[in-house]
Design a protein around this ligand. Structure first.
Ligand SMILES: Nc1ncnc2c1ncn2[C@@H]1O[C@H](COP(=O)(O)OP(=O)(O)O)[C@@H](O)[C@H]1O
Ligand SMILES: [Mg+2]
Length: 243
């Protein structure tokens, strides 16, 4: 077949979703083929040739970040949008959701515990030291979650019950920018899969179960009121205070 459209995937260790996606696209045989990307040095004249790139790992492999932006320059659709990275962090995201009227845990962003050796105390003159921990902890309460403002895969996520545990975790956070967040004791954990603001599918998800069982029971219906609330919050329109 001529003019096959190509879908490329950038992945880490994960194989389950990417293998299944590639197999499904190729099985459909609709003029679209999918495969893993292979990339080395890229010149400004190289044509990557992809219609769509699916990015699952550029947060851990920085070379992929300019590569993906370069692909956009060539008209490729990149999922997720590589230019969104600069806006995407857990403090901003939480504050934005809060502003849109979505219920979120109280959250504080903290100055980094450590900096690179190039940064001397002279470079840190804008930072208040020592940190006003009392105000911070009074705001979020205890227990609380300390975690990176930009993270994934549950790495460096700490549940802290008292000041001692908080300081110990913070002292070990190194150069990561951390947020301290109100601990939410949940009884129903729901993820919303959203395509635009119209197609919203709330599914139950249970992080206490092994990886491939977390969506088991996902389609058991929610109580109607909760379903409505979750979908409205995911859509972020009705409760918006008019930004
Ligand atoms: N504020 C919180 N209250 C209760 N549990 C939390 C909170 N923040 C994180 N967790 C728990 O830690 C897990 C990982 O946190 P998350 O913010 O999703 O980080 P990551 O991006 O590393 O997955 C969550 O799925 C949840 O189970
Ligand atoms: Mg997570």
């Amino acid at each position: 077949m001529t003019n096959q459209l190509k879908v490329g995937l950038l992945v880490g260790r994960e194989r389950s979703f990417p293998d299944a996606l590639i197999a499904e696209i190729n099985r459909r045989n609709q003029g679209v083929t999918a495969d893993y990307v292979s990339a080395g040095g890229v010149t400004m004249d190289d044509l990557l040739g992809y219609r769509v790139l699916v990015d699952r790992i550029s947060h851990d492999v920085p070379f992929y970040q300019p590569l993906l932006k370069y692909a956009v320059l060539q008209g490729t659709y990149v999922i997720n949008n590589p230019f969104w990275r600069i806006a995407d962090d857990k403090f901003f995201g939480t504050a934005l959701a809060h502003r849109l009227g979505v219920a979120v845990p109280k959250t504080v962003v903290l100055p980094n515990h450590s900096h690179s050796p190039d940064v001397s105390s002279e470079s840190l003159r804008n930072l208040i030291y020592p940190l006003g921990w009392e105000r911070i902890v009074n705001y979020v309460g205890l227990p609380a979650i300390l975690k990176p403002h930009w993270g994934g895969g549950w790495r460096h996520v700490h549940l802290v019950h008292d000041m001692e545990e908080l300081w110990r975790a913070y002292d070990n956070s190194g150069r990561l920018t951390m947020i301290l967040q109100e601990y939410i004791q949940w009884d129903q954990y729901i993820r919303c899969l959203c395509i635009g603001q119209d197609n919203i599918l709330p599914v139950r998800w249970d992080p206490t179960r092994p990886h491939f069982e977390r969506y088991a029971g996902g389609h058991e219906p929610l109580a109607p009121e909760l379903h409505g609330r979750v979908v409205a919050d995911a859509r972020c329109v009705e409760s918006s205070p008019g930004l």
